[in-house]
Design a protein around this ligand. Structure first.
Ligand SMILES: NC(=O)c1ccc[n+]([C@@H]2O[C@H](COP(=O)([O-])OP(=O)(O)OC[C@H]3O[C@@H](n4cnc5c(N)ncnc54)[C@H](OP(=O)(O)O)[C@@H]3O)[C@@H](O)[C@H]2O)c1
Length: 330
């Protein structure tokens, strides 16, 4: 049964308390409520009194009827305690996935896991270094055994980029650091997931890059090359895994204001001739977009969930361009 709120009706039809009780008790439905709706059975009234609540409730029922995007999927998120990984974890969990959060420090992972579970989702954490081949394989094996397989693998680890020094003055090690880190981690995590995905002939492997993969900016050391390399590696995986039923996709985003250091430190000049404050660097990035704004973490999460879902089943070897028009796709 579905109760519909019609703003033209002064007294909207309301569901019986028992229907609402079932609705709230159902874990599939309850997961989507940040706080459980208030029931007052004694008066047969519900504490959802205003129109927005009713509309929201109706929307949730529609979602349940249509099915959420990642229901019953197991998703491993490397770097799940970080800004991007956390946003992806929250969105995946909201869409019904069980999320397995991986990083080197449990404190940040547990914080995200607590948020996911508080919102009704399911999350587990594990301390694993994505550069450690044996540890990555063992973790993937354990997830697959416990969950019956791996449906999605998202790598959102940081790479130790060094910015602010022209290449001509940069030690090779600083330049190579993000490239080596990204290539090793992306390769090992994709391979670990793929070995399980091939058994079921399905799965999605995901990564994240930025405008820097397409827009050449001075003084970013190896970052642009790293993102280019991640995209090239994704294409290579996609070509080999496509015939086995596995998709490989990535998100290409702007800089993410919510993830930018707000400690007051100045940022490099990036060719502008003057070191920039946080506000200046945000303005500088924003000016390069068509939408005159930067991508939000919520948008990263939502698009990641879509790309991971069967709604995007024809998409592989491609980026979801969420750069607000900074680097138009041809
Ligand atoms: N922030 C942006 O504006 C932006 C924009 C576009 C693309 N990106 C890319 O998105 C990725 C994530 O960025 P972010 O802003 O979310 O960074 P972040 O907040 O620093 O998070 C990165 C996470 O990766 C984990 N990590 C690092 N090395 C690891 C390793 N070897 N094994 C396992 N986990 C590891 C870290 O946790 P532990 O230290 O506990 O391991 C951390 O939680 C980066 O590759 C970045 O280049 C970021």
């Amino acid at each position: 049964m579905k109760a519909r709120y019609d703003p033209k009706q002064p007294t909207p039809e309301r569901p019986s308390p028992c229907v609402l009780e079932e609705f709230v008790a159902d874990p599939r439905t309850a997961r989507h409520w940040p706080t459980a709706p208030r029931l007052d059975l004694s008066t047969s009234r519900v504490g959802l009194t205003d129109a927005s609540c009713w509309l929201g409730w109706e929307k949730e029922l529609d979602r349940q009827e249509d099915g959420v995007l990642l229901e019953n999927k197991n998703a491993v998120i490397y770097g799940g305690g970080g800004s991007v990984g956390g946003a992806v974890a929250r969105a995946f969990a909201r869409e019904g996935a069980k999320v397995f959060l991986v990083g080197r420090h449990l404190a940040t992972l547990d914080k995200v896991a607590d948020e996911v579970t508080a919102a009704g989702g399911v999350a587990e954490t594990a301390r694993v270094d994505a550069l450690d081949e044996e540890a990555v394989d063992e973790h993937a094996d354990a997830v697959a055994e416990k969950g019956g397989g791996i449906d999605v693998s998202f790598n959102a680890i940081s790479h130790g980029d060094v910015h602010g020094t022209p290449l001509v003055q940069m030690p090779f090690e600083d330049f190579a650091q993000p490239i080596m880190t990204a290539m090793r981690a992306q390769f090992l995590t994709a391979r670990a997931a793929a070995r399980h995905m091939v058994k079921r002939g399905s799965g999605v492997i995901m990564a994240i890059t930025a405008t820097t993969a397409r827009m050449t900016i001075p003084n970013v050391g190896g970052t642009g090359v790293t993102f280019d390399a991640i995209e090239g590696l994704c294409r290579q995986w996609a070509c080999e895994l496509g015939p086995l039923g596995i998709r490989v996709v990535w998100l290409q985003t702007t800089g993410l204001p919510e993830a930018i250091d707000d400690s007051g430190n100045l940022f490099p000049d990036y060719g502008t001739g003057k070191a920039m404050t946080r506000e200046e660097i945000i303005d500088w990035m924003q000016e390069k977009t068509m939408l005159n704004r930067l991508t939000s973490l919520a948008e990263v999460g939502s698009v990641a969930a879509f790309m991971a879902s069967d709604q995007a089943s024809a998409m592989t070897a491609v980026a979801a361009n969420i750069t607000c028009g900074s680097v138009p796709t041809r």
